[in-house]
Each structure stands twice: as structure tokens, then as C-alpha cells.
Design a binder for this molecule. Structure first.
Ligand code: FE
Length: 134
């Protein structure tokens, strides 16, 4: 948990987020593949949490995983994302959450590119790209 941890009530999250954001970020849903805003985005910038604006990923770690979801090799800082074991739907997966506000972001898999081998499979709706100014 970070020092600036954001904790709101369910009602406050419903007011702050769109229904689509709420379903994914608080309800741990998943947007349909190839439908989100960022799965094919190559624009340079920083991806922030759509709920609390914390920096989560840099565009230079984004790669085309072919999955239909925006995919990254690592977070902007190790402590930007926290992890929970997710055994829903009969699968054993690692859930990735925003460390600042506990929003569900997506899952992490170990079939990513070398050298790290990690694939941060994120929902576009949980992210907000802040394009580089230069
Ligand atoms: Fe957040």
C-alpha cells in the first residue's frame, strides 16, 4: 500500500467512473478483445490509472501481443502495481491492481517476450494515455 492510497466507497466509485470503467476496475470484469481504445496504440506517452491517475506503464514497454488487449512487459515502477492470486473461472491467474487505488487492471502472464518474460495484459478502459509532449 502506498502513502497516497486512495480509498473511496462503492458509491463514490460509481460516481467517479463510467459504467464500463466501474465494471472492469471495481467489478474485475474484462473488456472484449480488440474493442478497447489502446490495444493497437503505438503513440508515445505514459499510461495512467483511469481511476486515480497514478502512472502505471510507459509506452516504450508496450508491445503487440496479438491478444487484443494493451500489453506491457513491466510497470513504470515495481510498486505501481500490486498483485493478487485469482482463481476465478477455474483458472489460476495473477491479477494486477493499481497499487494506489486498488482498481483492477488486468492479469499478468509469464508468456511475455525476453528477457523478462512477463506479459501485463491490461484492459484499455482501466488506462488513460497521457501522450508525450515532445
Ligand atoms: Fe488507480
Amino acid at each position: 500500500m502506498t502513502d497516497d492510497h486512495v480509498q473511496l466507497t462503492d458509491e463514490q466509485w460509481r460516481e467517479r467512473l463510467t459504467p464500463e470503467q466501474y465494471a472492469v476496475m471495481r467489478g474485475k470484469g474484462t473488456e472484449r478483445a480488440f474493442t478497447g481504445a489502446y490495444w493497437d496504440t503505438k503513440e508515445p506517452g505514459v499510461y495512467r490509472c483511469a481511476a486515480c491517475r497514478a502512472e502505471l506503464f510507459r509506452s516504450d514497454t508496450k508491445y503487440d501481443s496479438g491478444s487484443g488487449w494493451p500489453s506491457f512487459t513491466e510497470p513504470v515502477r515495481p510498486d505501481a502495481v500490486r498483485y493478487e492470486s485469482d482463481t476465478a473461472y477455474g483458472m489460476r491467474r495473477t491479477e494486477a491492481l493499481c497499487a494506489r487505488c486498488d482498481a483492477h487492471l488486468g492479469h499478468v502472464f509469464d508468456d511475455g517476450p525476453a528477457p523478462g518474460g512477463q506479459r501485463y495484459c491490461m484492459n484499455s478502459v482501466s488506462l488513460e494515455l497521457q501522450p508525450s509532449s515532445d
